[in-house]
Structure formats: C-alpha cells, structure tokens
Design a protein around this ligand. Structure first.
Ligand code: ZN
Length: 353
C-alpha cells in the first residue's frame, strides 16, 4: 500500500510503499512430542496471539490436528477475524517430512501419522490458506535465523534436545533439507551398536542413549542401585515418577549421580556434533528444546567433546551456545516459513494447489 512520498533525488518525489498488514493472517504451528504451540501473525510477521498446551503425538493425527485447528479458529475469532482470512499456515512436526508432499514418512515417535494428508485436513477449515509442513527442528533453525542470534549467520546448526534429538541446518543462509527432506536427522546416528533399542528399530541411536527418556531411565536406575539419594527423594515426593528436569534439579543440589547422567548425555551429543562440525564447518551451534534448560553442566560437556574431537580449523571460530529464544523459536520459525512462501508464490507454484 502507498504510504506517502519520499525525498526527491532530483526528479519527481518517489512514492513509498509498505506491506499492507490488513492483507490477511498467517499462522504458525509447532507440534512437539509433548506440547503444541499455535500462533497468529499479520503478514509482516508480528505475532498477535500465541497459545501453548500439552499434547501427545501418540494420539491419532486427526485428534492433534483437530485441536490445532480449533485453537486457531478461536484465536482468529479473538482477533476479529474469520478462517477465510487466513492466508497461510507454516507448521513443524516431530518426525521426518517429505517436504514437497507435506507428509510424514516413517515417523518413529508416531507411526500412525505416516502419510496423513495434513494439507487436506487444514484445507477443510481454512480453504484460502496454503499449508507448508516441515520438520520441527527445521522450523526452530528458521526461527533462530529470523529473530535470534542466528540472524545474519550463514552457516549454523540448531540442535533440539528433548524427547528426541534432531538438527536443523542453515547452509549459505538457507535451510538445507537434503534430497528428500531428511537432512539433520542426527538422533538416529549410531553411538553404540550394542546400546538400547531405539523407537526407530535400531540399537544404540544417539536419541536412545542421550535424550529425555534415556536420562529418565538412567535416573530410575540410579534410584534402584542407591547411588542417588536426592533423586530417590524427588521420586518419593512425586509418587514414584521421574522427569528429565528432576535430574537437573538433583544436579543443582549437588547430586553426583545426576551430574554424571547429564555429563554423559552431553558427551554423547558432543561426540556426534564433532563429526558434524568436521563435515559441515558451521560457525555456530545453537542448542534448544526441553533439555536445553539444563544449564552449564550439559553445555560444558558438549563443548568439551566437540573441541576434543573436531579439527582445529573447524573450531577456531566455532561458538556453541544455548538458543536464547526459548519455547517461541518454533512458532516464530513456522511463521517465517509461511511468509517465505507467501512472498515467493511464483517460485513455488506446487505449494499452492
Ligand atoms: Zn533410532
């Protein structure tokens, strides 16, 4: 839309334009293994409202997506808008995504979601909107790039550590999805061929060894063998259950077994990241996800392993830090993904059927 005139450079005064933010709305949806976030933004990317609630991806996809859809309709209504004013939806889901088709392929955490037609589902309610679906860690990398410290950084890796472990790769300023969309799926790199069984069917994957459920399993083992009095107390107070964050709490209280669990997890993640650093030579690694709240012991263990095992040239300028964007990073990335497609419509005709 026209917003007045600029300063003359000698000839006629130039007309100034800006994006009309009444054009419509964009939604960002970030589905994690245990939580979902839905946000509504205008076409400049300004978030108008966001809501977050627990979910469980072991439920059928219809149930989880119906809840996302319901929340979105409700947020649109609160902002005086109707579903047909929604121009696009950007979405992240916790599994391997065939980006061109917009479907999950063999997702270990939720096998029932395989090939579910997510776009068709949302088209039923939001018929004017395009739907772009990506892996949850890719949208986090895009969120870090659009509004975090990854802004202006050409080569970086965003690592999510939560129920699973994955990486989003920004190469030459763009998200790198690879040939089929599975680039960055580092959670299933083998750490120990004789290790525990992973949800993917293989043994000893990084995810099965170092992510949230592995941390919990080791904590329960420490309680059983009597090596962690603090974790025992926490479990007794919580009715026998332990969450990954309880291990962090015990560690802060000086519990040696809890500290060992966190350090081991950090070292295994760091060893895998060292290979990625040698292979890809990023300037930054940003770490996010639920386990990222674990503070310095985890970060120090990751850094130490990466520095120990990477080539000196690759680590001279390498920065490894926690993302400071918190739980917003996914929805911000999802909105950024949707805006990229909104304003690149002619380059991407097959996303707008
Ligand atoms: Zn695996």
């Amino acid at each position: 839309m026209e917003v007045g005139e600029g300063v003359s450079q000698g000839g006629r005064k130039p007309g100034l334009l800006r994006i009309n933010n009444n054009l419509g709305y964009i939604a960002g949806i970030d589905i994690g293994a245990t939580s979902l976030d839905v946000a509504l933004a205008d076409v400049t990317g300004l978030i108008l409202q966001r809501c977050s609630e627990p979910t469980d991806v072991k439920l059928k996809p219809e149930i989880v997506f119906a809840r996302c859809s319901e929340l979105l309709v409700s947020i649109l209504k609160t902002n005086g808008a109707t579903p047909d004013q929604l121009l696009g939806i950007g979405m992240g889901v916790p599994g391997p995504v065939d980006f061109a088709r917009g479907v999950l392929v063999a997702p270990p955490l939720m096998p029932e979601w395989e090939n579910f037609l997510i776009r068709d589902f949302f088209k039923k309610t939001f018929n004017s909107a395009f739907v772009v679906i990506d892996n949850d860690v890719n949208i986090m990398a895009m969120g870090e790039q659009s509004a975090g410290e990854g802004s202006g950084v050409d080569h970086f890796i965003f690592v999510k550590i939560g129920t699973g472990i994955g990486a989003g790769i920004i190469s030459n300023g763009k998200i790198h999805r690879g040939s089929d969309g599975s680039a960055g799926d580092i959670g299933h790199i083998c750490v120990d061929k004789n290790g525990p069984l992973c949800a993917c069917g293989n043994k000893g994957c990084l995810e099965a060894m170092a992510a949230g459920p592995a941390i919990t399993a080791r904590a329960l083992e420490a309680i059983r063998n009597g090596s962690s009095p603090v974790l025992r107390q926490i479990a007794e107070a919580g009715g026998g259950t332990i969450r990954p964050e309880d291990v962090n709490t015990a560690c802060r209280e000086g519990d040696q077994a809890a500290l060992d669990i966190i350090r081991d997890s950090g070292q295994m993640i760091g060893d895998v990241l060292a290979s990625l650093v040698n292979f890809f030579n990023p300037s930054h690694i940003f770490i996010g996800g639920g386990i990222a709240n674990f503070g310095n012991h985890l970060l120090v263990a990751i850094r130490r392993a990466v520095l120990h095992r990477s080539l000196p040239l690759a680590t001279t300028h390498l920065s490894i830090k926690f993302s400071r964007m918190g739980s917003n990073v996914g929805v911000i990335g999802a909105i950024s993904l949707a805006l990229d497609y909104l304003f690149a419509i002619e380059d991407n005709p097959h996303f707008f059927g």
